[in-house]
Ligand binder design. Structure first.
Ligand code: SF4
Ligand code: SF4
Length: 109
C-alpha cells in the first residue's frame, strides 16, 4: 500500500538491481516509509516518492542490490552532524558516545 507521506516527487536517487536481490526482506524491515515490498521473492520499489533517502535500506542490504545517495531527508542525521557526533549517512547516530549504530531498524526516523 502506498504511503500518504510523500517526501518529494521524482527526485529520489533510490535504485534497485533486482538481479542482485536475494529476497531476504531486510530492506522492507528497516525502511521507515514502506517504500519497498517483497513480491515473488524479490524486493520491489512500491512507493518511490515516499523515499526520504535515509540510506537504511542500502546500508542493510547484504548484496548491495539497493543504492541511494543518502541525502537531506533525515533531520536526525543533520542534527548529529552539526553536533560533530559522526557521519551523516544514517539517521541512527544517537548513542551517548556519538557512534553510528550498525543499522537502522523499526521505529527509526
Ligand atoms: S535487503 Fe537487498 S537482498 Fe534483501 S530483499 Fe532487500 S534488496 Fe533484496
Ligand atoms: S532510503 Fe530510507 S526511505 Fe528510502 S527506501 Fe531506503 S530505507 Fe526507505
Amino acid at each position: 500500500m502506498a504511503s500518504t507521506l510523500t517526501y518529494l516527487k521524482n527526485v529520489t536517487s533510490l535504485a534497485l538491481d533486482a538481479d542482485l536481490c536475494t529476497g531476504c526482506g531486510m530492506c522492507t524491515v528497516v525502511c521507515p516509509r514502506a517504500v519497498l515490498s517483497l513480491e515473488n521473492g524479490k524486493a520491489q520499489i512500491v512507493d518511490r516518492d515516499a523515499c526520504m533517502e535515509c540510506g537504511a535500506c542500502a546500508q542493510n542490504c547484504p548484496t548491495q542490490a539497493l543504492t541511494v545517495e543518502a541525502g537531506v531527508g533525515c533531520a536526525a542525521a543533520l542534527i548529529n552532524t552539526a553536533l560533530g557526533r559522526s557521519e551523516d549517512d544514517c539517521c541512527c547516530v544517537v548513542d551517548a558516545n556519538g557512534k553510528n549504530s550498525p543499522s537502522c531498524g523499526p521505529g527509526c526516523c
